[in-house]
Design a binder for this molecule. Structure first.
Ligand SMILES: [Zn+2]
Length: 202
């Protein structure tokens, strides 16, 4: 099977653009659900499909929307999926619902690009691990970015200086990471100038 040709960065940017349209799930607690965007690159060189959380129905995950609502009857073998956030793991949804990680495997998608792992420590990368166990190649941010994100996800709010001190990255690298995390919808900027801090979006 021929692997589709694509530029990972450009496709992830498409996923991020889709993500920005996400519609928050109505929940009983005061937390907001993270925005998520997903893109499917098909081997037949047709234009990539995009989806975002809640696009067709309230509460539907982006990957579910993409695979089950937009491509239900299509063969997706050889397609590559991009998602801004780690797909949910088996058991994460209510009992009757399959997780997105399971749907990806059932769709016979063999390569998934993940913007970032789920910041919830309870998730513990279960979605990523499940995909890998099922033989799916998972492509991620580089190790430094992931290490930075694992640290940030435990912080209520942080300045760039705090991030530099904690991780030992130089100023430019820290700035690049923080900007990328904001673009991925993981952090929100609070304040401006020297007083800028970053909060994890939950
Ligand atoms: Zn999901």
């Amino acid at each position: 099977m021929e692997r589709p040709r694509f530029k990972p960065r450009a496709v992830m940017e498409m996923a991020i653009k889709a993500m920005q349209h996400s519609i928050a799930e109505s929940r009983n607690d005061d937390k907001s659900s993270p925005k998520v965007g997903a893109v499917l690159v098909k081997p037949d060189a047709s234009p990539p499909d995009t989806a975002y959380r809640g696009e067709i129905r309230d509460g539907d995950h982006a990957e579910f929307t993409l695979l089950e609502r937009k491509n239900r009857d299509k063969k997706l073998d050889g397609s590559v999926l991009f998602t801004t956030l780690e797909p949910c793991a088996p058991g994460a949804r209510s009992e009757r619902k399959l997780s997105c990680a399971e749907r990806i495997v059932l769709a016979r998608i063999k390569e998934v690009w993940v913007g970032i792992e789920d910041p919830d420590p309870k998730v513990d990368r279960k979605g990523i691990k499940y995909l890998q166990e099922q033989g799916v190649t998972v492509q991620m941010l580089n190790d430094d970015q992931r290490a930075g994100w694992r640290f940030l996800a435990t912080q209520p709010a942080i300045s760039k200086a705090d991030y530099v001190n904690a991780m030992g990255y130089d100023d430019r690298k820290a700035q690049r990471h923080l900007k990328q995390f904001v673009e991925l919808g993981l952090l929100r900027r609070v304040g401006g100038g020297k007083a800028t801090t970053y909060e994890v979006v939950r």
